[in-house]
Every structure is written in C-alpha cells, then in structure tokens.
Design a protein around this ligand. Structure first.
Ligand SMILES: *Cc1c(COP(=O)(O)O)cnc(C)c1O
Length: 361
C-alpha cells in the first residue's frame, strides 16, 4: 500500500481508516451474499439491513424521536436548496433566510428562482461573511427560517443556533452534521451532503419532521417530493447504495469507536484549540474568521502574502499534508478537520506550520 497522507480536504474529505479497512475486508463477499456491496440489489435483505441500520444509528446519535424521518436523496445538498422551498413554502407566507456565505447565497437563489417571497432577515455580507450575525428579528409569519450551521468556505460556524420562536428551522449542516450534539426539537428539516462529515459524495442525508410532509404540494414531479422518499424508505428508485453503506459504517464508528456525539465534540474542540491557539500566538499566520464565529471544522487562515501561501501549500503536500489550499473563490489556506481527522493529524500539521514559519517568517 502507498503512503496515506494527512487529509485536510474540504469535501470529499477524510474517512476513518478503520471504515476504509472494513470496506476493503468485505468488498468481495458482502455479509455472506457472495457478492460485493457494489453488486447487491437494493431490493435485497442485505441492503434493507444496511439502510435500516443507517437510519437507526442516525436516530440514536441525534436523539430523534418517532416524529422524524431520515431520508437519503441523491443530488447532494444543492438539490435540497431547490426541494426545500418547493416542498415547504406555505401559500401566501414568506420564506426566511440568513445569509452567511456562498452556500446560503445559493440556497437563497434557488428559492428566488421559484418566485417564492424570500426575505433575507440577516446577513454577514457587509464584512465578507467573516462572522455569524447575532442581531435579527424573526418573522412569525414565515414558512421556515433557513440557515447554514457551518460555512465551509469562510470558516465560520454557529456556536448556538438561532431561536426561531416556533417557526421551523431548516438547516444546511453539510459540513458539521454529527460533529456535536444539539437539540433537534426546533428543526423542521436538517440536510447534509454526505461527503464532508459522514461519507463519500453521491447522496444527501435529509432529516425531516413528519408534520412538514403535509406541506408537499400534490403537483410536483415524484422525484421532487419528500413524500416520495418518506413513503418508500428512500427507495422509490435506486438509491446511492454504496454511499449509504459507507455512511452506515461511519455512523457505527461514531457510536462504537468514538462513543457518541458528546465525545466527538470534545475531540473536535481539542483539535480546534490546538490549531487556533497555534495560529493566534503566531505573527505569521492570520485567522480570517471573527473569533467568536470560528468554525471547528474548517479553519481558514492567511500567510503574509500569496507567494508564501502557494509555497506553503506545495511544501505541505510534499511533506504529506493534503488539501490545505483555500476555496478558489476566497484564496488563502484552509485546514478542514472533520470528525475523521484525528488529533495526531492536527498536531503533525502544527509541527509543519511551525517549521515553515521558522524558515520563512
Ligand atoms: C459542500 C457544501 C454544499 C454543496 O454540497 P453538494 O453536495 O456538492 O451539493 C452545500 N452546503 C455546504 C455548507 C457545503 O459545505
């Protein structure tokens, strides 16, 4: 086997090594089926067990009651930008959004293009999306309030979710789902593209409160309706079988190896402190997000100039640290340290950064 790098990619991103090994071990004969999981029918008992287990693990990890459905829908988080207003906007009532960056902006556009009455009740665009807005007024007549819990590109994260005063919260948790425990009660819908924190690309996880399903209009195409997926255990058509299978293994790792979301949160906080404390004491690296809005998943920073940033990313890769280039829309550097990136990787990165500073600072 070739040498594995420390993977700081933003998405698709690192998976736990033990999960990859488990996939490898059972690749040719999945659960005694005599077939690979890539080959089994989604209508088989083998796959039924996989999807049901993935749903049950999600319910246990997030403490979901009977009032939620866990769905897997292809098309990534981006299709959810479109399905949410299509299904959940109530007649004659606006849809409210908080804009904290690129992904929120895209979600807003998809509601606007459908002619919905979109209100952006708060935005951090005035300061380049470097912070999470704190002051805003919730509209009690809104169909829902949409926000992005972690802003993958700008490196900001909601430390505490907005209080929507009874209006269903709808949240894009693509880049921090399963990174910490939270109270699901105020949420009407939570969604996440799998490829950041829970699996490979090819499916979104959608957690929808059952009463929200009553909003789905009859006159939508089948594949655009949440009710189509909830009525068929996400198997109206062929689902992303291998993605769901991998998600199940990642969730098993979270439950059995890590020990649940409280433990995961502690580990994520420790990783974040190691890296942010290092950046803060350095005069060379500069964090880009406002301190109280910093993300524990995507740590964005700059070096004194762009030439040094290029050199940093290139030398890092040579030393076995991948994915440190910032998103192409903002430049700079970014270390994505999702659940599967261990404390060892973060400590090794700090070692490299410190050495680079000593040489170039
Ligand atoms: C990556 C990302 C998306 C886009 O996900 P796709 O699955 O590629 O559509 C949306 N929102 C957030 C917060 C993301 O990080």
């Amino acid at each position: 086997m070739g040498k594995r790098i420390y993977n700081f990619n933003a998405g698709p991103a690192a998976l736990p090594l033990s999960v990859l090994e488990e996939i490898q071990a059972e690749l040719l004969d999945f659960k005694g089926s005599g077939m690979s999981v890539l080959e089994v029918s989604h209508r088989s008992k083998w796959f039924d067990d996989v999807i049901n287990e993935a749903v049950e693990r999600t319910e246990r990890l997030l403490g979901l009651g009977d009032d939620f459905h866990v769905l897997f829908i292809q098309g990534g988080a981006s299709l959810q930008f479109c399905m949410i207003p299509m299904n959940l906007a109530l007649e004659g009532r606006p849809v409210d959004y908080i804009n904290t960056g690129t992904w929120s902006t895209k979600a807003i556009k998809e509601a606007e293009v459908q002619g919905k009455d979109v209100r952006v009740i708060a935005s951090s665009e005035d300061k380049g999306f470097s912070y999470i807005p704190k002051e805003f007024t919730i509209d009690r007549d809104a169909s829902y309030l949409h926000f992005t819990s972690n802003n993958t590109i700008k490196g900001t994260q909601w430390a505490q979710f907005p209080d929507a005063a009874g209006i269903p919260l709808v949240c894009d948790m693509s880049s921090d789902i399963m990174s910490r425990p939270f109270d699901v009660a105020p949420f009407g819908l939570i969604y996440a593209g799998a490829q950041k924190n829970i699996g490979p690309s090819g499916s979104a996880m959608v957690i929808i409160r059952k009463d929200m399903l009553e909003r789905t209009p009859d006159n939508l195409p089948a594949m655009m309706k949440y009710t189509t997926f909830s009525g068929k255990n996400s198997m109206f058509n062929t689902p992303a079988c291998v993605v769901i299978y991998t998600i199940n293994l990642v969730l098993k790792w979270l439950e059995e190896t890590i020990g649940g979301l409280e433990k995961m949160e502690q580990i994520n906080q420790e990783k974040g402190s190691i890296l942010y404390d290092f950046i803060d004491q350095s005069g060379f690296y500069q964090g880009t997000a406002v301190k109280d809005s910093r993300s524990l998943m995507n740590l964005t920073f700059r070096l004194p100039n762009e030439d040094l940033e290029k050199k940093f990313v290139a030398e890092a890769l040579e030393e076995g640290f991948g994915g440190l280039k910032g998103h192409r829309s903002v430049g700079g550097c970014r270390a994505s340290i999702y659940n599967a990136t261990g404390i060892d990787a973060v400590k090794a990165l700090v070692g490299f950064m410190s050495e680079f500073e000593r040489k170039e600072g």
